[in-house]
Design a protein around this ligand. Structure first.
Ligand code: APR
Length: 245
């Protein structure tokens, strides 16, 4: 059996990505032994309560991560670039939903892109909701230039206990896709971890591309395991053959 037995060029595609796709670009994952959650407690840096209690610590955590992402050594890798190409040649629509808050998918060429957990490059006023782009480090004494409130600026990221973004658009794409692909995510965090079941309930073929089996690996009909920079370009090349046949 090959991919073309299950997928045709008439199928739209939904792709879900997680931190594993950016690992080979030099950004840490969360739950690997050297991951971010091995060094920081979620409840100290990634909840609304943490921000209310200790905004300096929370803002500092994201300032460091933003600076890392903006370093000249951090570039999109072959997996990001392959997904950018896929969107260009696939005839029936590709929606890329990422849990990542880095900007590597857009820099890798993806345009139909939802950042369901927000974006490090953006800053939001917690008071008036205004979104700012590219203002760099966020500090507690900064004033929102839109509403004038001091100390309400925060990274435009979704913290634990907050609602992920654009869930309606994601739900409707999952309801009509013929292929669902999950890349570089451990399957620990909902609602993203439930997308595979949702897609399958609607008849999609589901493939996991990851370094190792994720928590929900048995829900996928197919799994391909290895570094994203190898397995993702190979998979996209197979889709190109299907698109051209
Ligand atoms: N290629 C492919 N997969 C990889 C690679 C690689 N080079 N390196 C690691 N992985 C895999 C790991 O095996 C793991 O299954 O990527 C996955 C990363 O899992 P997590 O660290 O849990 O990251 P993610 O699934 O994106 O986390 C989800 O949790 O804390 C939150 O909001 C944060 O969006 C994040 C969410």
């Amino acid at each position: 059996m090959s991919l073309s037995d299950f997928v045709s060029a008439a199928d739209s595609i939904v792709i879900l990505t997680g931190a594993g796709i950016s690992k080979e670009s030099g950004l840490q994952t969360f739950r690997d032994p050297d991951g971010i959650w091995a060094k920081h407690r979620i409840e100290d840096v990634a909840t609304p309560q943490a921000f209310a209690r200790n905004p300096e610590v929370v803002l500092g955590f994201y300032n460091v991560r933003r600076a890392q992402m903006e370093g000249s050594n951090i570039q999109p890798n072959a997996a990001h670039a392959a997904l950018g190409r896929l969107e260009g040649f696939w005839p029936s629509g590709v929606l890329l939903v990422t849990q990542n808050i880095d900007n590597l998918h857009a820099r890798g060429g993806s345009r139909n892109l939802i950042h369901m957990h927000g974006e490090l490059a953006k800053t939001r006023c917690n008071d008036c909701g205004h979104l700012f782009e590219g203002i760099g480090d966020v500090e507690t004494d900064m004033v929102c230039l839109f509403c004038g409130v001091t100390g309400a600026l925060r990274p435009h990221v979704v913290w634990f206990g907050e609602m992920p973004l654009d869930m309606d658009a994601i739900g409707s794409a999952l309801g009509r896709c013929g292929l669902f692909v999950s890349i570089g995510t451990s399957g620990n965090v909902y609602p993203a971890a439930g997308f595979v079941q949702e897609a399958r309930n609607n008849g999609a073929y589901a493939v996991e591309l990851n370094l190792e089996e994720s928590l929900g690996a048995n829900i996928f009909q197919e799994g391909r395991y290895g570094p994203a920079t190898e397995v993702v370009p190979e998979f996209v090349d197979e889709l190109r053959i299907i698109a051209e046949s």
